[in-house]
Design a protein around this ligand. Structure first.
Ligand code: SF4
Ligand code: SF4
Length: 131
């Protein structure tokens, strides 16, 4: 994710961001980077990008966000969503990013079914890889 970032109108109007808006029904530009979502996310320490950083990359039109692991770590618990003072449903944005990554073959998810898992864990995991 690190590196030089040059902004342009085309970048800020990137079609992939419009697609995320369409799939999630959310406006990432409503976010003002207060960080309350990240502060309340129980899974943040396992993410490569914090929830607010995911939103920031979207605002900047940086398609590298589709390769982030954070949306796959996200458990759709909605803690961020209820904390957001701007009403941004981050969980829905994470879901949209997973869908788009799946469609582009960018899913980092691998299943290792060499041991028994609780059924709910398998249901949750398979739900993520169903576009
Ligand atoms: S809580 Fe909402 S406004 Fe604050 S950083 Fe997260 S998405 Fe942005
Ligand atoms: S919905 Fe995802 S990003 Fe939001 S708090 Fe829960 S695990 Fe974190």
């Amino acid at each position: 994710m690190a590196g030089e970032l040059s902004l342009s109108r085309a970048r800020l109007e990137a079609p992939f961001v419009r697609k995320v808006e369409e799939l999630s029904g959310q406006n990432p530009y409503a976010c003002y980077q207060c960080g309350k979502c990240a502060a309340g996310c129980l899974f943040a320490e396992h993410m490569d990008l914090l929830p607010n950083q995911v939103i920031r990359l979207l605002q900047l039109g940086d398609e590298a966000v589709l390769q982030a692991k954070a949306p796959w770590v996200c458990a759709s618990c909605l803690a961020c969503t209820v904390r957001c003072p701007k009403g941004v449903d981050i969980a829905r944005i994470m879901e949209a990013l997973r869908q788009m990554a799946l469609r582009q073959g960018l899913s980092p998810v691998q299943f290792h079914l060499d041991r028994e898992y609780p059924q709910i864990a398998l249901v949750g995991a398979y739900r993520k890889v169903t576009p």
